[in-house]
Design a protein around this ligand. Structure first.
Ligand SMILES: [Zn+2]
Length: 446
């Protein structure tokens, strides 16, 4: 190609990118965007090794780390790769040895939302957009996290959205509408999830407290504290935590995903550290853990059709994957599964240079698309994640490796009926009689 022509194409591309950037600035009022220089990717240590991680020899799964990039389709991954490591490089998630593709439609729509797809991934059932942990007939189904809990495993949720947002909610709550974040916050606590890290303190606080959003006047932070949770809201506070259960809410609303907040990778590392077997002290989980980590804001960047922000969020998510795999490599009995709940933005890459210096991006929607999403797996049983399957089957594959049967699992009516004030009433009484360690052991290890 004559260099003059090539130069002019690049100019056109640059103009297109500039237009996209300008557009995204003027329309990005609905979603937060971290106040950082997104061209500065120095936070991302490139993978020097471009080979796949070695497959583990163990056959049994002890721990599961399930990482969900909200809105992260194949082209989101490609764009992040082009920008960070070049066309022929690999992101950490692309070094997982097995990959597959998952279908994402919901029970009532070709294009799912995060509630229906979260429910498919967490509970193994198709439901309507907007519904959390329940089938279209409103029957509740157990999530992988709840089933893990029933097996005596420690459990955790790590996100960059509010902790009561659709994806984490699907793993620890059952509600008809994802917008009931106050109800979801209450269920996450009454469900005794051992570790909750993310944003959304406002849904735990009554309106009488500054920034609180609860209309029922309850202070779930106080309730959680009484139930034995360590409460933290800063990076330093989090690093000082030594025992479960922990409730770490670093913002009233979603996380900013910028310092001084802990990064998603830092949250993931600390979560693994707390959830893994501890031989020191009285608090010993002997049966492994289940951890769900969500890169929540890839989706938001894509709703804004903001390519740079999408890359930035995807790379931060990739570093959480790196933390998970590094633990799994050393542990040998940890299954790591990485996927997305759906694609957002209808992102395509219709042009660009081979060296990645110029990349043309186009978006076909401000919403979600019906594209299949990638699945990457590492660890015992990872080979089962090869192929093309439904997102409910992805859930079933994990359940099978965790020896949970049958799957999906409806929750019986009497199990479901939990008194609203269980946390403060019951636990308040016990508190007066027993010491902390006994109380916490009784509550959180079963
Ligand atoms: Zn979305």
């Amino acid at each position: 190609m004559p260099s003059k022509l090539r130069a002019s194409i690049m100019t056109v591309t640059a103009v297109v990118l500039t237009c996209i950037a300008v557009l995204s600035v003027s329309t990005s009022t609905a979603y937060p965007r971290p106040d950082v220089d997104m061209n500065d990717l120095s936070f991302y240590p490139k993978s020097e090794d471009m080979t796949p991680y070695p497959q583990t020899s163990s056959r049994s799964v002890r721990n599961v780390i399930f990482l969900i990039g909200d809105g992260m389709g194949l082209n989101q991954v490609m764009l992040a790769r082009l920008k960070a490591v070049g066309l022929e490089g690999r992101l950490y998630l692309e070094r997982l040895p097995v990959s597959g593709l998952a279908r994402t439609h919901s029970s009532d729509n070709l294009v799912t939302d995060s509630a229906a797809s979260g429910t498919a991934l967490a509970c193994g059932i198709k439901t309507k957009n907007g519904m959390i942990g329940v089938a279209p007939d409103r029957k509740a189904y157990r999530s992988l996290l709840e089933a893990a809990q029933a097996q005596g495993m420690a459990t955790g949720l790590v996100v960059t959205s509010t902790i009561s947002h659709a994806t984490p909610a699907s793993f620890g709550a059952h509600v008809r509408s994802r917008s009931d974040e106050a109800g979801i916050a209450e269920q996450l606590l009454s469900n005794k999830v051992d570790l909750l890290l993310g944003g959304g303190r406002k849904f735990f606080l009554p309106r009488s407290v500054r920034g609180g959003a609860r209309r029922d006047r309850r202070n779930l932070m106080a309730d959680a504290n009484e139930a034995g949770y360590t409460l933290v809201s800063t990076t330093e506070g989090l690093q000082a935590v030594e025992d479960l259960p922990v409730l770490g809410l670093f913002q009233l609303d979603a996380l900013t995903t910028a310092p001084p907040e802990p990064s998603l990778a830092t949250l993931t590392e600390k979560a693994i550290d707390l959830l893994r077997d501890k031989r020191k002290g009285w608090f010993v989980h002997k049966r492994g853990f289940f951890l769900m980590v969500e890169g929540s804001q890839i989706d938001w960047a894509c709703h804004d059709n903001d390519a740079l922000h999408c890359v930035w969020q995807t790379l931060h998510f990739d570093l959480a994957v790196k933390a998970a795999v590094e633990f799994a490599l050393a542990d040998g009995r940890t299954l790591v599964v990485v996927t997305a709940d759906h694609e957002t933005g209808g992102l395509t890459i219709p042009g660009g240079s081979l060296d990645g210096s110029e990349v043309k991006v186009e978006w076909s929607t401000k919403g979600h698309s019906g594209s299949p999403v990638p699945v990457y797996a590492f660890g015992p049983g990872a080979e089962r994640f090869a192929g093309v399957y439904d997102n409910t089957e992805l859930s079933a594959k994990i359940a099978q490796l965790m020896r949970i049967e049958p799957w999906p699992q409806p929750i019986e009516e009497e199990e479901q009926a939990q008194p609203q004030s269980r946390l403060d009433e019951d636990d308040g009484d016990i508190l007066a009689e027993v010491d902390w360690p006994r109380l916490q052991t009784a509550q959180y290890v079963n």
